[in-house]
Design a protein around this ligand. Structure first.
Ligand SMILES: Cc1cc2nc3c(=O)[nH]c(=O)nc-3n(C[C@H](O)[C@H](O)[C@H](O)COP(=O)(O)OP(=O)(O)OC[C@H]3O[C@@H](n4cnc5c(N)ncnc54)[C@H](O)[C@@H]3O)c2cc1C
Ligand SMILES: NC(=O)c1ccc[n+]([C@@H]2O[C@H](COP(=O)([O-])OP(=O)(O)OC[C@H]3O[C@@H](n4cnc5c(N)ncnc54)[C@H](OP(=O)(O)O)[C@@H]3O)[C@@H](O)[C@H]2O)c1
Length: 678
C-alpha cells in the first residue's frame, strides 16, 4: 500500500458495515486504528417463501459478517460505500472532506447498518397445536432473521388432536375445510375426519416444512417475566422428562396455548374420595374399556355430546348430568351429518388427486359456506329465527322416542348463543333406555358414584367429566411485567379490585394487551370469527404478527405495546357489537367464560371476513414504542447508514420489480410485496 493511502486512512472515519448496533460500537476502536481496514465477508442467504402456491426464492438478507484486520491494498471507493468482500478486490471507503462548516450538526451519529438488515429476533411460541405448527411454517418465511423456538409440553405436535383420544373424537367441520390454505390434503378418508387423522395431518405439515427444528418437546412454560432493563421476556421452562427448570430469554413471546387445553375437573365435594375411574374427556385413559359398565358423563358441550353418542351403544348404563339445555344443530353449514363414519370413496379421492381444478372447485364450494353463516348471529334476524324453527323441529323429530326430554333440552336462548354442535347420534342416544338424562344438580361425589341435590345417589364404575376447560382464558402461568401479573388482571374473581383488574381477557383486538410489551396471543381471546375456519384464522393472525415482528426487527424497536386507549376503544366497540347478537342471550358458553351476562371474549366482534380485513392492515397508531439506542431518535437505528444490503452486493437483482413484456401485472399488487425490493 502506498504511504499516501495509509496516511489518508489515518484519522478518517471509515464506515463499518455491521449487522448489529452493539457490534458496531465494540469494533469502533479497531475501526479507527491506523493502517487497518475492516473486511466484511458477506454470504448471500436465501429464504424460500410460498407465494400464491409457488415456492419462490427470496434473497432477503446478507449473512453474518466476519471481521478481520487486513492491510489496505486497493484503491479507495466512493465515499460512504459499504465494504464487502464479495468481489475479490477488497474495497474500502474514506471521507476526504469535512462537511461545510455551516452545515447543521446532528445530535446523533449514524448507526452503520443496512436498512433492510433486521436485527435478530428471538421469538418464543408457546404451544405446538395447529397454531404453533402454522407459526413454525409461516413466521420463518415472513420474518427475516427470526430465531424461533416452539415450546410444547407434549411429546409431539398436534395439540387438541394429539391429546383428545376419547371414543368418537372427530371434527365437526369438514376435513377439507379444517386444514391449512396452502397444504391441501387430497385424500382425507372421511368427510369429518377423526382426531388421529387430523393429528397426523398437522404433524405431516410440520415435517414437510421442517418445523420440528424449532420444537422443544416435553417443555412446559411455567412463567413469563418481562425484564424491563433488557426489554426481553424471561421464559421459565420445565423439562418434563428431567424435572429441571431453567430460564431462557426471548425478545418476543407468542402464546398459542389453545382455548381448551387447560382442561379442568369439576370441584365437587368428595371428588377425591371417588374410587372408580375418574377422567376428564381430554385426559382419556385408552386402557379403560367402558363396555358393559355403568358410567356417568358430566356436561353437554361438544365433548359430552360426542362422548354420550359414542359410549351409549356399548355401556350397560349411562347417567348424563346436564346443567343447561343446548341446541343440537343439524349441521354447521348444511353438510349432511351422520352418527357413524362418512368415508370418501376411492373414486372421489382419485378425482381430487388427478384433477386440481375439480378439487379446487369442490373445496371452494364447501369452504364458501363457512363464511356465510354470520347473519344467524344477530338477534331477531331472519336467519336466527329460521335456525330456531329448524332446530326445534329436528330436535322434536329426533327425540320422538322420549318426548318428555324436550322441555329439558330445547333452550330458551337463541341458537349460536353457545357454540353449535351438530351432535350426530346424540339425541338418539339419550332416547335409549340405558341412558338417564339428569338435570338435577350434582351435590357431591361419593366413593361409589354421584349424589344429586335431591339426595339420590347413582353408583357408577366410571365418571367422565366433559366439563370443558379454563374458559376464562386466564393464562395458566404467571405473566409478570412492570410489577403486574396478567393472570390477576384477567381473573374474574378479582374484577374491580383496581382499574387494572378487568376480570376478563382485556385485549387490543385479541392480539396483545396494554402493559405487557412484545407479548402476543395467537388464537386466544377474540381469536376466531363466528364464521370462517380456525386454520384460516390462525394463518391470518400469524400474518398480522409477522408484520409486527418485521417492524420490530427492521425498525430497531425494542418494545411495542398497545395503548390503553386503543384497548379501551376495542372493548367499547365489542360491547356495542355483541349486544346486538345472540351471544348475549342468557346462556353459559365459552364465549362468555361460562358466565351468562359476562363480556364476550371467546370470539371476534364481527364476521370472519371482517376479522381478515382488520388483520391485513395493522394500525400502527394504536401502539406505543421504545427504540434501540440511547438517544430515543426513532430513525437512528432504523435508517442506518442510508444503504440497502442489495446495493452493497454486486450480485443482487436491483430490479426485481421488472417483468417480461406481456406478463400479466396485477396493478393492485405493484410495489406491495415486502420481500421484493431493490
Ligand atoms: C375435543 C375437541 C374437539 C374440537 N373440535 C373442533 C372442531 O370440530 N372444529 C373446530 O373448529 N374446532 C374444534 N376444537 C377447537 C380446537 O381446539 C381448535 O380448532 C384448534 O385445534 C386449536 O388449535 P391451537 O393450536 O390454537 O390450540 P391447541 O390445539 O389446544 O394447542 C395448544 C398447545 O399448547 C400446548 N401448551 C399449552 N400450555 C402450554 C405450556 N404452558 N407450555 C408448553 N406448551 C403448552 C398444549 O400442549 C397444546 O399442544 C376442538 C377442541 C376440542 C378440545
Ligand atoms: N368436534 C367436535 O364436535 C368438538 C368436540 C369437542 C369439543 N369441541 C370444541 O371444543 C369446545 C369445548 O367443548 P367442551 O365440550 O370440551 O366444553 P364446553 O363447551 O365448555 O362444555 C362444558 C360442559 O361442561 C359443563 N360443566 C362445566 N362445569 C361443570 C360442572 N362443574 N358441573 C356440571 N357441568 C359442568 C358445562 O355446563 P354449562 O354450560 O351448563 O355450564 C358444559 O355443558 C366446543 O365448543 C368446540 O368448539 C368440538
Amino acid at each position: 500500500m502506498e504511504a499516501g493511502h495509509k496516511q489518508i486512512l489515518r484519522g478518517v472515519v471509515v464506515v463499518s458495515v455491521s449487522l448489529c448496533f452493539v457490534r458496531f460500537f465494540a469494533e469502533k476502536e479497531k475501526l479507527q486504528h491506523p493502517g487497518y481496514l475492516l473486511k466484511f465477508t458477506m454470504a448471500r442467504t436465501t429464504t424460500e417463501a410460498n407465494v400464491n402456491g409457488e415456492v419462490v426464492t427470496v434473497v432477503d438478507k446478507l449473512g453474518e459478517l466476519s471481521v478481520s484486520e487486513e492491510e489496505v491494498t486497493s484503491e479507495p471507493s466512493a465515499p460512504g460505500t459499504p465494504e464487502t468482500s464479495v468481489s475479490s478486490q477488497p474495497q474500502y471507503s474514506f471521507v476526504p472532506f469535512e462537511p461545510h462548516p455551516g452545515y447543521p450538526k446532528s445530535r446523533i451519529s449514524l448507526v452503520n447498518r443496512f436498512i433492510d438488515q433486521p436485527r435478530e429476533l428471538r421469538v418464543a411460541v408457546i404451544g405446538g397445536g395447529l397454531s404453533g405448527v402454522l407459526a413454525g411454517v409461516l413466521l420463518p418465511a415472513k420474518v427475516p432473521n427470526i430465531k424461533l423456538t416452539i415450546y410444547e409440553k407434549n411429546y409431539d405436535f398436534g395439540g387438541t388432536w394429539l391429546e383428545n383420544v376419547y371414543p368418537g373424537v372427530r371434527c365437526d367441520i369438514p376435513s377439507h375445510v379444517y386444514q391449512s390454505t396452502f397444504e391441501p390434503k387430497l385424500d382425507w378418508s372421511d368427510q369429518f375426519a377423526g382426531g388421529a387423522e387430523i393429528r397426523d395431518y398437522w404433524q405431516s405439515v410440520a415435517k414437510k416444512h421442517n418445523v420440528y427444528r424449532y420444537a422443544r418437546f416435553h417443555t412446559k412454560v411455567e412463567g413469563l417475566n418481562w425484564n424491563d432493563t433488557e426489554s426481553v421476556w424471561e421464559v421459565t421452562i420445565k423439562n418434563l422428562q428431567t424435572g429441571k427448570t431453567i430460564t431462557e430469554k426471548a425478545d418476543s413471546v407468542i402464546t398459542a396455548i389453545g382455548r381448551f387445553n387447560a382442561w379442568k375437573l369439576p370441584s365437587y365435594p368428595g371428588i377425591a374420595e371417588y374410587k372408580g375411574v375418574l377422567r376428564h374427556a381430554s385426559h382419556w385413559d385408552p386402557s379403560f374399556d367402558p363396555s358393559g359398565k355403568a358410567v356417568a358423563v358430566i356436561g353437554n358441550g361438544a365433548s359430552g355430546i360426542q362422548l354420550v353418542a359414542n359410549l351409549q351403544p356399548s355401556v350397560a348404563r349411562l347417567d348424563h348430568y346436564v346443567r343447561n339445555p343446548t341446541w343440537i344443530a343439524a349441521s354447521w353449514a348444511g353438510d349432511v351429518r351422520q352418527a357413524g363414519p362418512q368415508p370418501y370413496s376411492d373414486e372421489q379421492i382419485a378425482l381430487f388427486k388427478s384433477d386440481p381444478d375439480a378439487y379446487l372447485k369442490f373445496r371452494k364450494e364447501m369452504e364458501d359456506k363457512y363464511w356465510r353463516r354470520f347473519n344467524a348471529f344477530f338477534r331477531g334476524s331472519k336467519d336466527s329465527t329460521e335456525l330456531r324453527e329448524r332446530f326445534t323441529q329436528i330436535m322434536h323429530e329426533r327425540l320422538a322416542k322420549k318426548q318428555e326430554l324436550i322441555e329439558h333440552i330445547v333452550p330458551d336462548f337463541s341458537p349460536n348463543c353457545r357454540r353449535l354442535t351438530p351432535g350426530p347420534g346424540y339425541l338418539e342416544a339419550i332416547s335409549e333406555p340405558n341412558v338417564e338424562y339428569i338435570r338435577t344438580r350434582i351435590r357431591r361425589f361419593t366413593e361409589t358414584g354421584i349424589e344429586t341435590e335431591d339426595g339420590k345417589e347413582r353408583k357408577v364404575d366410571a365418571i367422565f367429566c366433559a366439563t370443558g376447560a379454563n374458559v376464562s382464558q386466564v393464562i395458566p402461568f404467571p405473566v409478570i411485567a412492570k410489577g403486574k401479573n396478567l393472570q390477576d388482571a384477567w381473573n374474574p374473581e378479582l374484577k374491580g379490585k383496581s382499574d387494572e383488574h378487568h376480570g376478563f381477557p382485556y385485549t387490543y383486538l385479541g392480539v396483545a394487551t396494554p402493559g405487557f410489551p412484545n407479548l402476543f396471543f395467537l388464537q386466544g381471546p377474540h381469536g376466531t370469527g363466528p364464521s370462517g375456519t380456525v386454520p384460516h384464522s390462525a394463518e391470518t393472525q400469524l400474518t398480522l404478527l409477522a408484520k409486527i415482528l418485521r417492524k420490530l426487527g427492521r425498525e430497531g424497536i425494542k418494545s411495542i405495546v398497545p395503548s390503553r386507549k386503543a384497548a379501551d376503544d376495542f372493548v367499547e366497540y365489542s360491547d356495542a357489537f355483541f349486544s346486538s347478537t345472540v351471544l348475549t342471550d342468557n346462556c353459559s358458553s365459552w364465549y362468555n367464560g361460562g358466565r351468562p351476562g359476562a363480556r364476550i371474549h371467546g370470539i371476534w366482534p364481527g364476521s370472519a371476513g371482517h376479522l381478515t380485513v382488520v388483520r391485513q392492515h395493522p394500525r400502527w397508531e394504536d401502539w406505543e414504542y421504545e427504540y434501540l439506542g440511547e438517544t430515543g431518535n426513532r430513525f437512528q437505528w432504523y435508517l442506518g447508514n442510508g444503504w440497502t444490503s442489495r446495493e452493497a452486493d454486486p450480485q443482487s437483482d436491483m430490479t426485481p420489480y421488472l417483468r417480461r413484456p406481456g406478463e400479466k401485472v396485477e396493478l393492485r399488487d405493484v410495489h406491495e410485496s415486502w420481500w421484493n425490493l431493490p
